[in-house]
Design a binder for this molecule. Sequence first.
Ligand SMILES: *[C@@H]1O[C@H](CO)[C@@H](O)[C@H](O)[C@H]1NC(C)=O
Ligand SMILES: *[C@@H]1O[C@H](CO)[C@@H](O)[C@H](O)[C@H]1NC(C)=O
Length: 366
Amino acid sequence: MQVHVHQEIQVQEIFNKMKYLPSWLFISIIISCGVSCVHSLRWCCKSINELRKCRHLRQASDEAGTPYFDFDCVIKDGVEGCMRALKNGVADVIDIDGGDVFRYKNDIVLAAAENRGVDDASYFAVAVVHKGADDNLSLHNLIGYKSCHTSIGKTAGWNMPMGWLARMNYNRAPFSQSCAPGANNPEFLGLVPDNNPTKWCALCIGDEHGDHVCDRDSDERYYGYHGAFQCLKDGKGDVAFVKHSIPIEPGVDQSKFQLLCRNETRPRAPPADWRNCNIGRVPSHAVVMDVARATEENARNVAEILNRAKAALEFDFNSYGGKNLLWSSSTVSFLPRILMSPREFMGEDYYCNTHALHTNQVADGC
Ligand SMILES: *[C@@H]1O[C@H](CO)[C@@H](O)[C@H](O)[C@H]1NC(C)=O
Ligand SMILES: *[C@@H]1O[C@H](CO)[C@@H](O)[C@H](O)[C@H]1NC(C)=O
C-alpha cells in the first residue's frame, strides 16, 4: 500500500501548498504525478482465463476506493511470453512453478512464495521401501533393484531421484526393472538414460484389461503418486519415488514402510520423518520480478497486496474462473521473500539435483 500512502501524502501537500503557488505550477504537479505516481504494478497473465480472473479480482475495492488486488492486468503468451515481458519492462510480476524458477534463475528475484501449509515447499520427494527390505538397498546402492516412478519427467517421481543419481555421479540407470509411465513414449525418449524403454516399462500393468501398459496417464494403474505406491505395495518394485504425504496418508500402515535417507550413517527412517529423510525439498510456486528492475519496496508491496487481497476476496482469490489461475488454488497465504535469490529459494537439493539432471554436471557448491 506504500504507493498509495505516498500518493495521499503528496495530494495533501499539494493542497496545502496550493494557497501559495501559482496555478500553472499546481497543474504541472498534477500532470507529472498523473504519469509517475498513479502506477500499479502489472501482473502478467498467461492465458485469457487468467486475464479474466485478474480483471475480476481488480474490481473489488476498499472504502478508500483502492482495489484490494491492486495490480494492472497484462496478458502475454504463457510463461515464456511473460518472462520476456518482465525483462522488457512491460510487466512486473508473475507467479511461476519451481521448474520455471530454475529455468529463469538468472533473470529473476523473488517477492513472495506460495504457502500451501509446508512453509515455502510444495512437498518433499521421498524414496519409500518395505520395512525389512534387504539392507543393501539404499540411496547409495540402487543397482539391481526394481523401481516405481509416478511417471517420466515428473518432479518427485523422476527428476529428483534421477537428478540425485546424476549429482552423485552414480549409474543413471541402476534398476533391473521399473515402471516409469511414459518411458516408451517417443516424446519422452530423450529422458530415458539408457535408451532402453522396455526395461523402464517392464513393471507396468496397464488398465484392468491389460491395455495401455506404460501410458503416461491414469489408464496405467501404476501411474501417479498412488500408482507408484501401489507398485511398491504389490511387491513389484523395491522402491517407490513419491511425495512425502503418500506413505503417511490415513489408511496406510506406516509401520510397514521406511524412507531411504541420503545420510549414510542413518540410511532409513520412518515415513513420518520425511523432513529429515528425503531426496529433495520441492519448492512451491513463487511470485517473481525482473532481477534488474525489482526494488525492495515493490517486492514488499507485492506480498502485502496479495495477502490483503486474499483476506478480502476469500473464495474468489483462489477459485474464481477455475483451478490454478494466476497462482495455485491451494495457496493458504503468501510468504514474503523480499528480493530472495532463486538459488536460495530453491534450496540445495532441488537446485543441485535439477542442475545435474539438466546438464549432466555437478554445479559449484553441490
Ligand atoms: C548384500 O551385499 C553383500 C556384499 O556385497 C552380499 O554379500 C550380500 O549377499 C548382499 N545381501 C543381499 C540380501 O543381497
Ligand atoms: C546423519 O545421521 C547421524 C546419525 O543419526 C547424525 O548424527 C548426523 O547429524 C546426520 N548427518 C547429517 C548431515 O544430517
